[in-house]
Design a protein around this ligand. Structure first.
Ligand code: ZN
Length: 279
């Protein structure tokens, strides 16, 4: 039995070095983890960790909070990072040649999306950056990791516009919508991902949704160092805690922990195309 943490920010964990986080998570049964970039610096670190650690994969993107500063320069850097280079020019070369060259351990684009809860960037610039990420993901045939805070309908409307694109794949990270929204997301091919929030005592609505949707559409994630699961709140989160989310899903869906580990790991392996790396 093993787990995959599909969303962690190892670079933001303060109580452990990235090496320590990875080692400790491995001994907790987390075989693979995806380090999700939320800034240029975070995305660079994602690629660096993916090179450094055999069991870490990278996602590159800019958080909607920073959408105000998102432009052509950022797109160019993200393209270079997808190509596995930290040099800005690499993206341009691959763009010119049209080769779409990829570093195969970059497995997703994100986190991107819309955040109308904190609204640190204007709605207009958030939507512009979100669309640029979608275009990047479809161009490089990579899935999207989508941040949705108080923006369900707006996110859905944008994604729906692209839903006929053969390369459009996405997961709603830290899902917070209702069953109707979940069902519509699944209908257009999206996946639903749960963090430690689902373990909280006030998460009854989330539990009700998880009960109804197929486990084949569910991912588990920690969003470390944030959102530590119940019983560990107040402590810094790290990928090893993803087992508590699996445990909660097992309880909700009346499955064994082994079954949830197997299905959610297979979901993530297929979605992020991890197969070539799985030993
Ligand atoms: Zn995150």
């Amino acid at each position: 039995m093993y787990f995959i943490d599909t969303h962690a920010h190892l670079d933001m964990i303060k109580s452990m070095t990235p090496e320590e986080s990875v080692q400790r998570s491995l001994s907790d049964g987390v075989m693979y983890m995806i380090n999700v970039g939320s800034s240029i610096e975070g995305s660079r670190k994602s690629v660096r960790y993916a090179r450094q650690f055999p069991n870490v994969f990278a996602s590159v993107g800019i958080h909607p909070h920073d959408a105000e500063d998102f432009g052509n320069r950022e797109i160019k850097i993200l393209k270079a990072l997808i190509a596995g280079s930290e040099e800005e020019s690499a993206g341009e070369e691959s763009l010119e040649s049209g080769s779409g060259k990829k570093f195969e351990k970059v497995v997703a684009v994100g986190e991107t999306g819309l955040d109308f809860f904190r609204s640190l960037s204007s709605r207009l610039s958030q939507e512009k950056a979100f669309r640029a990420h979608i275009e990047l993901a479809t161009e490089y045939d990579l899935p999207l990791i989508i941040h949705d805070r108080d923006a369900h309908e707006e996110i859905f409307d944008v994604l729906k516009e692209y839903s006929s694109h053969k390369n459009l794949r996405g997961v709603i990270h830290c899902f917070s919508g209702d069953l109707d929204f979940a069902s519509r997301c699944i209908d257009i091919g999206l996946y639903i991902s749960y963090t430690g929030v689902i373990t909280y005592s006030n998460a009854r609505d989330l539990v009700d949704v998880a009960k109804e949707i197929p486990v084949e559409k569910i991912f588990i994630e920690t969003d470390s160092p944030f959102l530590a699961p119940q019983g560990r709140r107040g402590k810094e989160n790290y990928p090893g805690n993803v087992k508590y989310i699996a445990q909660k899903i097992a309880e909700i869906k009346n499955l064994t922990l082994e079954e949830v580990a197997a299905v959610t790991s297979k979901n993530a392996e297929d979605f992020f195309a991890l197969a070539p790396f799985i030993k």
